[in-house]
Structure formats: structure tokens, C-alpha cells
Design a binder for this molecule. Structure first.
Ligand code: GDP
Length: 299
């Protein structure tokens, strides 16, 4: 959480400076409330959430003086309330062998890195892990996944560049089943420049996986890069439609001023948030908790 608090400093400090500037020796009048709402929207929390928080702050205090500390405490409380329902751990059902996790997200979001970090966590829990290099579009993605597999002790099933990703996923399922593997993580392509192709490919992978096991994929995790801010909203919509997202991992929360986007996502979609990425290293993946995040954001 040290990393998160430090990383979130860029989100919280701009917000905190606005709050301190606004509420030092000032009454809670319409102009102040409007400026506060603007600051919250600027911090990527989204208009509905910004309005709700502003209302909570003004309730019973209108035309009175309020300290920046009070404002921050209410802000943290409201953010926590918004995040609480979505802060859900990812639980692996050990009865499913393999427990199939489909990883989706646009190129560069941190999908491969997150697969490596998750594999490490599962291995530390004593689970066996297998990886399927389903981003067959990019040779570099296949190579990168192999490097992660070696690092964390997880075999990687791959085919040559351009191979059919759904076919590869099916082979991986068969192999994981035959080997009694606990968790199978399937990487996928994330070419946003070819949306129709991307969606068709994801739909096909899901179809093929279901043919093998109708209860799979048991989790479909969307990896989102926090630094893209509001763009994350349309990514959730796109991937929900193509693959049926069951949970989110938000990466690059270290060193971005746009961490507030997680609050906007929670308010709009209510999709569970399992983990947050706070660095490039294998251990830089933290379970998501509403309270710590809310405190980090309010500064
Ligand atoms: P992919 O294209 O979605 O598979 O993305 P990659 O896993 O290759 O990640 C893209 C870049 O983001 C790499 O340089 C990663 O090291 C970096 N990255 C991934 N997660 C994080 C994170 O949580 N924090 C930071 N600072 N960098 C990250």
C-alpha cells in the first residue's frame, strides 16, 4: 500500500490542493460547491459521483464554514461507499480443474504482465498454473508470455504467430485437463484498431472454451490501464459485449493522476474489481480494497 499511496499521490495531491484551496476560510456556498464538483470531475470520478459527493458534503452544512480535513473525510467516506460493493477478491474454485481465466484488454494495458503477476500469486498458493499464448497476432506477446512463464514456473502453450487463437485455447484446455492443472490463464489479443475482428475472435474463443466445459471461462478479467482515464469506460463496454467481463484489474496506478477513474467505473458498471497494479515487478499486484483506495485518493 506504500506503493499505492505514493503512486496515488498525483491523483490525491491535485484533488487535495483543490480542496484545501477551496475550503480554507470559505463558506459552503453555491460557488464553492460548483468548484468542488469541477475538481472531482477533473479527478476522473465521473459526473454522477462528483454530484453525489458534493451533495453529501453540503448536506446540513450549507452556508457554514467547513475545514479541508472535514471535506476530505467525507470525500473518503463517499468514495469508499461507492467502491465497497465492487471490491471483491478473486476466488479460485479448486473443484474446477482447470479453473479457466480468460484475460482480455487492449494492447499495452498490462495484460501479459498481469498474467505473470497472477501466476506468481497462484503458485505461491500452491496451485499449478498453465498459460496459453492466445495473442497469436504479435510475436512479441508470445515471447513475453514465455519469459513470464519461465520466471514463475508455469508451462506456456504457444503456436506460431498468426495461428488460430481459439484452436490454441482448446488445445490448452485439453492439456491442462490431462495434466490436472489447477489454473489455466488464457491470454488474448487486444487490437483496438480492428474492433470487429477483435470481438469476433474473443467470441470464438469463448464459444470454443464453452464447448469444452460449459461452466468455463470461470472468470473473464479485463485489464485496464489507469492512465487512459475516461477511455476506460468505453473499453469496459466493448469487452463486456465481446466476452462478458466478470472482473477488473486496473494497472499502472503507480504514478498516474487519473486513479479516480476506478470510482467512475464502479459507479457506472458495478463490475467487481479484484486487483490493482502498482508497478512493473512480479509482486506489484495488490488485492483491491475500498478503504485503502478511498484513503489514498482523498489524500
Ligand atoms: P499488454 O500489451 O496488455 O500485454 O501489456 P504488457 O503486459 O506488455 O504491459 C505494457 C507495459 O506496461 C509494460 O512495459 C509493463 O511493464 C507495464 N506495466 C504493466 N503493469 C504495470 C503497472 O501496474 N505499473 C506500471 N508502472 N507499469 C506496468
Amino acid at each position: 500500500w506504500q506503493r499505492l499511496t505514493e503512486g496515488m499521490r498525483r491523483t490525491s495531491s491535485s484533488l487535495s490542493d483543490s480542496v484545501t484551496g477551496l475550503f480554507t476560510k470559505r463558506r459552503l456556498d453555491d460557488a464553492t460547491l460548483e468548484e468542488l464538483e469541477d475538481a472531482l470531475v477533473q479527478a476522473d470520478l465521473g459526473v454522477p459521483t462528483a454530484m453525489r459527493i458534493t451533495e453529501a458534503i453540503s448536506a446540513g452544512r450549507y452556508n457554514k464554514e467547513i475545514s479541508p480535513q472535514e471535506v476530505k473525510a467525507i470525500l473518503a467516506g463517499e468514495v469508499e461507499k461507492t467502491l465497497q460493493p465492487v471490491a471483491q477478491p478473486l476466488t479460485i474454485d479448486r473443484a474446477k480443474k482447470p479453473y479457466v481465466i480468460l484475460m482480455v484488454g487492449v494492447n499495452g494495458a498490462g495484460k501479459t504482465t498481469t498474467i505473470g503477476k497472477l501466476s506468481q500469486k497462484f503458485r505461491q498458493q500452491g496451485l499449478t498454473v498453465m498459460l496459453a499464448a492466445g495473442d497469436t497476432f504479435r510475436a512479441a506477446a508470445i515471447e513475453q508470455l514465455k519469459v513470464w512463464g519461465e520466471r514463475v514456473g508455469a508451462p506456456v502453450l504457444s503456436r506460431e504467430q498468426g495461428a488460430d487463437a481459439a484452436g490454441l485455447a482448446y488445445d490448452a484446455l485439453q492439456e491442462a485437463k490431462a495434466n490436472g492443472t489447477d489454473v489455466l490463464l488464457i491470454d488474448t489479443a487486444g487490437r483496438l484498431q480492428n474492433k470487429a475482428g477483435l470481438m469476433a475472435e474473443l467470441e470464438k474463443i469463448v464459444r470454443v472454451v464453452k464447448k469444452f466445459d460449459p461452466s468455463a471461462p470461470h472468470a473473464t478479467l479485463l485489464v485496464l490501464d489507469a492512465t487512459v482515464g475516461q477511455n476506460a469506460m468505453s473499453q469496459v463496454e466493448l469487452f463486456q459485449k465481446a466476452a462478458g467481463v466478470t472482473g477488473l484489474v486496473m494497472t499502472k496506478l503507480d504514478g498516474t493522476a487519473r486513479g479516480g477513474i476506478l470510482v467512475a467505473l464502479a459507479a457506472k458498471f458495478g463490475v467487481p474489481v479484484h486487483f490493482i497494479g502498482v508497478g512493473e515487478g512480479v509482486e506489484d499486484l495488490e488485492p483491491f480494497t475500498a478503504r485503502d483506495f478511498a484513503r489514498a485518493i482523498a489524500g
